[in-house]
Design a protein around this ligand. Structure first.
Ligand code: KPL
Length: 301
């Protein structure tokens, strides 16, 4: 390996542990940042990764947020709504040359972080890797994919691809904003509908009402996207949604997993983000509003 980097990972869910495992396996130093009450002091932690029913292990360090570690490279794999308060807490340990990569569903935090750390190299990532959390620090790698990484800021880190190099395939993407929007529209369709219809992703393809709603959501979202300078055609976007439904047919969407586990969902950063943007541009967003309300009604306030 050409370069050994030290990565701090914020968020020890499925994606956080998947990256921790693969970065450590590639020889990088990995520290998982946890919240103070989650764990004891700085210690070594075994990260387990299940691949094709075999269990592999790597070592990472677990550090508490209050230890305010010195951070060279930060990979944020938190749920969207957990991000703003934790980033605020980490602010004192983000140095001028800390590289930040944000890997999460939804939109909203990318802009927030790029603005808050305007002098840092800030990147967003979109991944098609599939992973399922099995227990704390144990993840199942359920599908190999690709991770596209692109800059959100003018400051860039020319070594980033080398620093993050491991067996997870990464590519540089200059149009990351468009990719984030496409992923957002996919999530705005599949995530709430899988909750409302109480089904795995694949079942949406055989549900006539869901398909009709998907057409309406895509129309509504691409109209809103135009106001963020994102031009996507209906037919291309609709086909992308159907392709992801078929490719992830056996998946329980992350939002449905949250609902089933009585956890707060990311709806405010998906359909809720669409509603907010529509309002700013005096556009109507009735389908996104209806789905947001339906998903929120599935959980106690
Ligand atoms: O990103 C996803 C999610 O569940 O959050 C999809 C693409 C819908 C796959 O399940």
């Amino acid at each position: 390996m050409a370069q050994i980097s030290h990565w701090h990972i914020l968020g020890a869910g499925s994606m956080g542990c998947l990256w921790a495992y693969y970065l450590a396996k590639a020889g990088h130093q990995v520290s998982l940042i946890v919240r103070d009450t989650d764990c004891c002091d700085d210690k070594e932690q075994i990260i387990e990764c299940v691949i094709d029913d075999a269990i592999f292990t790597e070592k990472a360090r677990v550090v508490q947020l209050r230890q305010k570690p010195a951070i060279d490279n930060l990979l944020i794999c938190l749920k969207a709504h957990q991000t703003p308060p934790l980033i605020a807490e980490l602010r004192p340990v983000i140095k001028a040359n800390t590289t930040i990569v944000l890997l999460q569903n939804g939109l909203g935090n990318q802009e927030l972080i790029a603005n808050q750390f305007s002098n840092n190299a800030v990147y967003a990532a979109v991944t098609t890797e599939a992973a399922l959390s099995q227990q704390k620090f144990k993840v199942k790698h359920t599908g190999k994919g690709q991770t596209s990484i692109g800059p959100l800021s003018d400051t860039t880190d020319v070594d980033l691809l080398e620093k993050i190099s491991c067996a997870l395939h990464c590519v540089e993407e200059q149009q990351i904003n468009k990719m984030l929007w496409e992923k957002l529209i996919i999530n705005c369709c599949i995530n709430p509908l899988s909750c409302v219809c109480q089904c795995k992703n694949g079942a949406l393809a055989n549900n006539k009402e869901a398909i009709e709603l998907i057409e309406k959501i895509v129309h509504e979202c691409i109209d809103i996207a135009k106001h963020a300078d994102i031009d996507i055609s209906f037919s291309v976007m609709y086909q992308k949604v159907i392709t992801v439904i078929n490719k992830t047919a056996e998946n329980t969407s992350s939002m449905r997993q949250d609902v089933l586990n009585h956890r707060k969902t990311e709806i405010d950063y998906m359909n809720g983000y669409m509603i907010k943007l529509a309002r700013q541009h005096s556009l109507a967003s009735p389908v996104n509003a209806q789905l947001t309300q339906q998903v929120k009604s599935l959980l106690p306030v």
